[in-house]
Ligand binder design. Structure first.
Ligand SMILES: Nc1ncnc2c1ncn2[C@@H]1O[C@H](COP(=O)(O)OP(=O)(O)OP(=O)(O)O)[C@@H](O)[C@H]1O
Ligand SMILES: [Mg+2]
Length: 412
């Protein structure tokens, strides 16, 4: 280890727990030095239902990453998920005081506080406050208002709320595994951190993280989060369809999906359509044949239906996603899903891989959309620590930019 900074991302999912340990590289990227993965138990649709079972899965994943890196982990940046997360856009206005009427940090805090003055359902809380832009005396599109002159400051903020118990039980499970929670980050925000560039966020794009039982959508535009939505379905739905349709067990259905599953018939050439695979019916020892075309016929309508649900949300949000759709999460690995999503969304679509300019080291070990959240969390952990440890001898413009970065982190 050449750095004091340990960047640690812990992705606690319904089917897998993943841990990524990184350290800052001299070229500005994050060198991956350890990764760990374990089967997850004790969650339902991204929410903890048994803290001890989740703690045990965390210990396994973290232990593996520790052994690989030779490091001991004390704290981590962790994902926050769950079907109840709700996002909404709010605005808050404050008057700027003082002789020069120069906008200060406190004015921004006040404006954001004013935007977050919601009437919450009992038992709910704000889990994320993401500033979108500021408007100073009617001029919009301002991202860094500190030091500007003006008398009226308006903040546009994307606010995400969730039941408090979901966060409390998650923190309890992580703490029980002997790890402190540095920060909780919304799952799709973490995925976006590792696959999107600043340009993607600027032009407008959608991240669709397809997990096992949860799919989350986050829409970016003008460099900020514009919309968040969570759907109570994921890759497990294909497994259940196959188990029912083919009369096979859940593990067998999962194996069929992983090895031969495809959701776009047009990707199969004549030969592949005719190809027959051997499957084991439930409770039987002998196998039976299944053509790949029939397998595809079972999966395709479900893929279209799921993507239509998500696409309808982007339409309802009046989102501009000309920068494309990025599919992350293990569910994005189903063959043909990007092609189906591209048709349904009517926008360029691809599987979101780790942005090469962000990571090095053991990056090859985590090349896949299922690692997007864990590596995004580690990147956030590294960037936070680099920012916290800097500040001396910098130009004032740079300090303001860093401060605003810190400020944004504070409200993630
Ligand atoms: N190669 C593959 N082909 C098809 N599906 C896959 C593949 N690999 C993983 N999956 C599916 O991805 C899903 C798990 O994705 P992921 O690991 O992102 O979920 P999770 O984070 O554990 O769950 P959640 O985010 O819902 O809490 C499972 O349904 C799994 O079957
Ligand atoms: Mg997940």
């Amino acid at each position: 280890m050449t750095s004091d900074i340990q960047a640690i991302g812990l992705d606690i999912g319904t089917s897998r727990v993943r841990c990524v340990i990184g350290e800052p590289a001299p070229d500005g990227r994050m060198n991956i030095v350890g990764v760990g993965e374990a089967e997850s138990k004790g969650l339902r649709r991204g929410v903890v239902t048994s803290t001890e079972a989740v703690a045990e899965s965390i210990r396994k994943a973290v232990g593996e990453a520790e052994r690989q890196s030779g490091l001991e982990i004390e704290s981590a940046v962790v994902n926050l998920s769950g079907e109840h997360l709700r996002g909404e856009n709010k605005n808050g206005v404050v008057a700027v005081a003082g002789a020069e009427k120069e906008i200060t940090d406190e004015d921004i805090e006040r404006a954001i506080d004013s935007a977050s003055a919601l009437t919450l359902t009992p038992g709910w809380e704000i889990v994320s406050r993401l500033p979108q832009e500021f408007i100073v005396d009617g001029q919009d599109g301002i991202t860094e208002p500190v030091g500007m002159n003006g008398s009226r400051l308006e903040a546009l903020v994307h606010i995400v709320t969730s039941p408090s118990a979901a966060r409390q039980n998650l923190v309890k499970a992580v703490t029980r595994a002997g790890i402190d929670v540095d920060q909780l980050i919304l799952e799709p925000l973490a995925a976006a951190e590792s696959v999107l560039t600043d340009e993607d966020k600027e032009y407008g794009c959608a991240v669709v993280n397809i997990g096992s039982e949860i799919t989350s959508l986050m829409i970016f535009g003008r460099g900020a989060v514009q919309h968040t939505a969570v759907f109570p379905f994921g890759g497990m739905l294909f497994t259940k369809d196959l188990a029912t349709g083919l009369r096979v067990s859940i593990p067998e259905a999962n194996k069929i999906k992983h090895n031969w599953g495809c959701v776009a018939t047009f990707l199969l050439d004549h030969e592949e359509r005719e190809e027959v695979i051997e499957i084991v019916p439930f409770g039987r020892a002998e196998t039976r044949g299944l053509s790949k075309e029939i397998l595809c016929d079972i999966m395709q309508p479900r893929a279209v239906e799921l993507m239509q649900h998500v696409a309808r949300e982007t339409v309802a949000a009046k989102a501009q996603i000309s920068g494309g759709v990025f599919l992350t999460g293990g569910g994005a690995m189903v063959r043909g899903l990007p092609e189906i999503a591209e048709q349904v969304f009517d926008a360029p679509t691809r599987v979101g891989f780790l942005e090469a300019s962000y990571v090095g080291g053991l990056a090859d070990e985590i090349q896949g959309p299922h690692w997007a959240v864990a590596s995004g969390l580690a990147l956030i952990s590294m960037r936070n620590q680099l920012r916290d440890g800097s500040g001396n001898g910098k130009s004032s413009a740079k300090r303001v930019a860093e401060w605003l970065g810190n400020f944004r982190d504070k409200f993630r």
